[in-house]
Structure formats: C-alpha cells, structure tokens
Design a protein. Structure first.
Length: 739
C-alpha cells in the first residue's frame, strides 16, 4: 500500500470504529451540515459576516416585551441588599444581565476590573494586580496600556466574566479625590489615548469594554448628591474630551454614567451628556450602564439615554414595562436600549466566543505586572546621581517603613484586587505580598540589609545612621468612597523621613501613593521614586530601578503641588450637614442634587491651572528623570489636517533609555485658553549616543477650542506656538505656526 492510501484506510477504519462505539454519530458530517443550515435558517444572526448592527436588529425582532426589559437591568449584586431570586445565576461579580437562551444570546457577567479582576479570592479564584491606572498613565505608552487591558481581558474570561467595569478616566481636577489612582491623570489627551488603548485590547479578548464614570465625577465626597457645575466649553475641552478620545480609540461596548449630577441633572438622566453628546454627536453605538444605584427615575432616565440599570431593576424592571405599556415610553425607545445591549454583545464577540473558564496564567501575569510597574515608576529626584545604587560600594542598607518587609499597598473600593487567597474587606488597607526588603536583599547578597518598621522614628534614624544608605518606603492609602483631607503622608511618615534623612543624607524615599503627596522633607533626601500602587510585582520593579537593572522612563501624569493652598479649591468641598442620602436627594419628590461643587477653574485643570496662575509646583506634569540624558533639536512643524511635528532626540548619556517626548501648543491670545496644552507625545528608545528623528501627528481637534454658542469645535485663526521637550516645564524647542 502506498503511504496516502494507508493513511486513508487508517482514517476510515478509525471513523468506523468510533461510529460503532458511538463517539462519532453516524453520518456526522451530514448531521452537522444539517444542524448548521438549520441554525443558519433559524438563527440568521449567528452569521458572523453580518455587522453587529444587522445581527442586533435581527435578534431584536424576535424579542418579547419581557425579554427586551430583561436586557435593560441587573439582577442584584452579592452584598447589595437581600439576594434576588436568580442570584444563583451570577458569577460572583458586580452584576449580570440575563441571557436569552432560546436565541443563543449569552448572559452578560460583569466584574469590576480597574487594575485587575475584583473579588477573585472571595470567589476561590486568582487575579494579577497590575500597577494602578494612574501608574499606568505614567508610562505614557499606548502599547503598555494595551498589554494592561489584554491581561485583564484574559483574566476576566478565565474567571467566567464577559464584561469589564474598568476604564476609569475622570480627570484629576481634585487631586484629593480618593479614586485618583483609578484614573489616568489630569490631561485629556494623555488620559483619553491611554484608556482607549487599554479598552481596545481588553475588548479584543472578547469582553464588553466599559469606560467610566461619565462624567465630571471628580470627587468622592457627596458623590451621590453633588452637582458638578461646569461650563460646557470647559467640560468639552477637559473631562469630556478624555472620554471622547477614549471612546474613539477603544470603542467600548458600554459607557457607565456616574453618580453625581452635572449642571442640575444626574448623570444617568442627563440628556445633554447621554444623548446629545455621547449618542448623537459622538455616534456612540453601545449602551449606557448606570453606576451602581445611580439610576433615579424611569421615564426621565430612559428618555435621557440610560440603557441599562445596575445592579437592580428598581426603575428599569416592572416600572419600565408599565411605562412602555401605558405609552409613557415609546416602544422605539425600549428597542433602542435593547438593541444597544445586543449590539455590544455582538461587537465584542461574546456571542461568537462562548464562555470557557480556565486557569489564570500566574507567572505570565507576574511578568507583565513587573514590566508595567517598571514602566510606571517615576524617578522624581536623584541628587548627585545617588541612583542607581552602586553594588560595589554598599555594605549596609537600611530598609525602613511600615510593611516594607512584607509588601506594598494597593488602592481600595470596587477597584480592589484580592491578594492570593485573601478576600479583601471594603476599604481595608490591603498590602500585596511583594516584599521590598526581600527584593532589595536579593539584588545585593554581598551587603547586610536590615529592616525597621519606622513605627519609632528614632530607632529608624539610629539604623539609618549605621547604614551606608537608607531606603524609606512610605505610603498613602486611598479608596473609592472617600477623599483625602490633604496630600500629606499619613501616620507621621513625614516626621519619620525627616528624622531618617537627618541621620543619613543618603536617604531615598519610595512613595506608594494613589495621588500626589506633599514633601516637606524633599530638600533633605537624596532620591525620590514615585512607585504609586505598584501591583503584584511592585517590589521587584522598584529594586530593578534602584539598582539600575532598569532605567526609569515614566513621567508624571499629574502635577504634584507644593501645598493644598495652591489647588483651585484649597478646601475640599464636602456635603453640608443633612445633604447626604436618598431622603435628602428625594426631598422634593424628584431626584435633585443637594449641594454643588463649582468648577469655576474651568479649562484650567492640573498644569493648566498652575501655568495660568503662575504658581510654582513641587513636580510638574510630565516630569520624570532617567539614568541617562537627552537632547532635543531640529523642530519642524508642518500644519495640515494633522499637524506634523518633527524633531530629533539624542541620548547624550551612558545608558540605553526611553524618553517620553511631549508636544505642547500655546493657542493665540484670542482663544482665551490657559498658557499651553498637551497635543501629542511619543516614547523613543535610544542607545547611548543614538539619535532619532520622530514625527508626532497632532489631531486638529487638539489645537481647537469648543465654541459653546455654535456647539462646534473650531480652530481659532492666528499664531500658535508649538513647544517640544521632556516635561511641561522643560520645553527647549519652540516654533511659531499660523493657522
Ligand atoms: C463604583 C463603580 C463600580 C460599581 C460596581 C460603584 O460603586 O462607582 O465604579 O463599577 O460600584 O462595583
């Protein structure tokens, strides 16, 4: 027998044998063909060559009223009131939407996943904790943001979820906001670009992506009662621009409306935000999901553009059905809600890629978490090049700081990721088992590395005195549901650093924080690293940077002010007595905010404020040092639909590194804008002595202003100054161009 015919007979024999034992049904090919063609006839929406819109429309036509309603609401959340009748159908996440089994439409199982999948230990599972979202913004790297999203997407799927509640992009207007770590900093172009890339890659794993909290939910104090008062122009050019860019890049299936009210209407019933801007102007085809308990009405919310209430059905269950039946809500409006949910399911691939739970890749996750932390850790100060540490010169190292022997702190609230096997309680301080003491010791086996918790500053100072250097790990814990009263390090840590630095000027401070911190001791210490909330492998990343195995490249996505007195609102605006709770909101019988935060700094968010007000800062937006140095030259600006900004960067130092080059524009005076705005950026990897020419293409919108009266973006004619350099305060290249 020739080889092919022997092969053929083996296949036939095997098929015959399998048929006899019943593994392959007789005439299986014919059977599956029949099945496919039957399905093609009975479920034509399963045809993947059709568009998500076409597929959603086909399914919509099959739905009963009850099925449509079921797509518009949640079914409870563990811990949110008494369990609902179908609570057992959930996956342990924050919410779920029932599937329509007869039509092949799956459940939507949602989980919080800001910097990793929430509640994994609680559910007997495991998640990687990535560096915080703010840390990730410090990488200024769309590719890193993509890896971030992809990892979360994979771990969501492995844990049985097909929708993320991640992608926070509220701008840092108020740095004391307890959720600053969940967001991407103070600039809309940076924040929007990075969140968009995160969402794009997360969704590519076949999960429905989400961007939140839409919008101007810029503080936690009184978040359910506050009215954010802000001009349309300021909103469009700042907070909303971040969403606009993020949605354009990431195309999330869902947008989560926020708890607060904006200019008098709660976000989840705010027609301007949900319909006029999001759905009409930006042509967002997905669905609007309410923040948890953020729905306040049926008819008003539905008409304004809310599509899905979570986690309950207080307004979008029976009440929505009744309103449709009685004609208060037209069927076409309900259809729009249901169609949008279905469309997101098709567009994200959750229909075509049914859930298959699996095991999370723990080691792969560690690797990514460490790499992302290395790209996110900002070297703020490096006097006399104390860093990187010289292994050959160090004999005694003091590691100081509460928990620095054990781990690094993480951000709390619904973003909280569980450490392995440790379910976390709401707003507990959670330390990930990534030990700075162990990581530093492993880097320098020749030295004696001693630990002091810093609880008693004098004993820590005594240890520092006997050591060649002292590395102090300090932390500032923040969480959803609270704001900081100030930006000082808590628990007497300022005094600790002060005493340690007095005992040994070779003191390096590693800050684990969720936002900016003030540093009254800055002049006394030699080095400062901002490690943010550094995730599962934070200590390894920090040690790699301390010892120069990694050259830091990250830059601040937010300004560090000198003091709270320099903020647009020196005093945090808190709800007055009696202003909190549902009763206060419902005082008039209709949901109304009970107090206001007036964002009268308007366009002047972050560096735009300090620039405009001439206020010196501790560390400017975009600042971050490297172990090498860079020189900029040769700026050429070519205006057009996209303005091409070309320049050259040279690595003038001794080490390979990556420089984040930033492009800013100063608009003509008639535009009445803050002195400058970020319009583009790029990261350039350079070997020692190497030179590269790069071009940053600037979107026309980034040079435009929002004309409130005409409701359009417009380019103001006149002379523009294009500036390029390594931080918002270090811009060696400038060129004037006319538009
Ligand atoms: C938070 C959301 C979160 C939701 C579900 C809310 O309290 O504001 O960000 O996704 O809870 O846990």
């Amino acid at each position: 027998m020739t080889k092919p015919s022997r092969l053929l007979s083996t296949v036939l024999l095997t098929l015959f044998a399998l048929t006899i034992v019943g593994v392959v049904p007789r005439a299986c090919a014919q059977h599956s063909f029949d099945k496919d063609s039957k399905q093609a006839k009975s479920r034509p929406w399963m045809n993947t060559s059709l568009s998500p819109d076409e597929r959603a429309e086909m399914v919509l036509k099959q739905l009963s009223l009850d099925e449509k309603i079921s797509l518009t609401h949640g079914n409870g959340m563990p811990g949110w009131g008494p369990p609902r009748p179908n609570a057992h159908l959930g996956n342990g996440g924050a919410g779920f939407v029932l599937g329509i089994e007869r039509l092949g439409i799956p459940f939507i199982q949602m989980s919080d996943a800001a910097y990793g999948v929430r509640s994994s230990a609680e559910n007997g599972r495991y998640s990687t904790a990535l560096p915080s979202n703010l840390a990730s913004a410090s990488s200024w790297d769309p590719q890193a943001a993509c890896e971030y999203g992809a990892l979360i997407g994979r771990e969501l799927r492995a844990q049985g979820y097909n929708m993320t509640l991640g992608g926070g992009v509220n701008l840092t207007r108020e740095p004391r906001n307890g959720r600053t770590f969940e967001y991407m900093g103070e600039d809309p172009v940076l924040a929007g670009t990075l969140v968009g890339n995160r969402i794009k890659c997360e969704q590519a794993q076949n999960v429905i992506g989400d961007i939140k909290h839409y919008a101007v939910n810029d503080q936690e104090s009184g978040r359910n009662e506050v009215d954010s008062v802000i001009s349309k122009r300021a909103m469009r050019e700042s907070d909303l621009l971040a969403f606009e860019i993020g949605i354009a890049i990431g195309k999330p299936g869902a947008v989560m409306c926020s708890y607060n009210s904006i200019n008098g209407d709660f976000a989840c019933e705010n027609k301007y935000l949900l319909t006029d801007v999001l759905k009409k102007e930006w042509k967002f085809p997905g669905f609007v999901v309410s923040d948890w308990g953020g729905t306040h009405s049926t008819v008003k919310a539905s008409a304004a553009g809310l599509d899905n209430e979570q986690p309950m059905d207080d307004f979008f269950g029976d009440k929505l059905r009744d309103a449709v039946r009685s004609g208060k809500i037209p069927m076409s409006e309900l259809d729009d809600h249901a169609r949008r949910v279905l469309r997101a399911e098709f567009a994200s691939g959750i229909v075509d890629h049914p859930m298959a739970k699996g095991v999370v890749d723990v080691e792969g996750g560690f690797e990514i978490a460490r790499k992302l932390a290395e790209q996110s850790t900002v070297l703020l100060k490096n006097a006399d090049n104390i860093l990187p540490l010289d292994r050959s010169k160090l004999r005694n190292i003091a590691i100081i700081g509460s928990h620095a022997d054990y781990g690094m702190i993480s951000g709390g609230g619904s973003a909280q990721v569980d450490p392995p096997g440790q379910p976390s309680k709401w707003q507990a301080h959670v330390w990930f088992p990534t030990s700075p003491l162990k990581a530093v010791s492993a880097k320098i086996p020749s030295a004696t590395v001693k630990f002091d918790s810093g609880d008693n500053p004098s004993s820590a100072a005594a240890l520092a005195k006997q050591s060649d250097i002292a590395i102090v790990f300090v932390h500032q814990w923040t969480s959803e549901g609270m704001d900081l009263r100030n930006l000082s390090l808590p628990d007497n840590q300022d005094a600790l650093i002060d005493q340690v630095a007095s005992a040994n000027p070779h003191t390096i401070v590693v800050v684990e924080s969720g936002t900016a911190v003030t540093m009254p001791w800055l002049d006394k210490v030699s080095g400062v690293l901002e490690a943010w909330y550094a995730g599962s492998k934070g200590a390894d990343a920090v040690a790699n940077i301390l010892f120069g195995d990694v050259n830091p490249s990250a830059k601040l996505p937010m300004t560090f002010p000198k003091s709270e007195a320099d903020l647009p609102h020196p005093q945090l605006v808190v709800p007055p007595p009696g202003a909190q709770g549902t009763a206060a909101v419902m005082r008039t019988g209709e949901a109304k905010p009970t107090f206001a935060v007036k964002y009268d700094e308007g366009l002047k968010v972050g560096y735009k404020w300090y620039d405009a007000e001439n206020k010196p800062v501790l560390f400017p937006f975009g600042h971050g040092l490297s172990y090498t140095t860079y020189a900029y030259s040769g700026l050429k600006v070519t205006p057009g639909a996209q303005t091409a900004v070309t320049f050259t960067v040279k690595n003038t130092g001794q080490r390979e590194g990556s420089e984040i080059a930033q492009v800013y524009a100063a608009l003509p005076e008639t535009a009445a804008e803050p002195p400058k705005r970020l319009v583009g950026f790029t990261k350039i990897q350079l070997k020692p002595g190497e030179t590269k020419e790069v071009t940053v293409n600037v979107d026309g919108k980034y040079l435009s202003i929002f004309d409130e009266s005409a409701n359009v973006w417009k380019l103001v004619p006149g002379s523009y100054n294009i500036m390029v350099g390594g931080s918002s305060k270090d811009l060696p290249l400038t060129q004037k161009v006319n538009y």
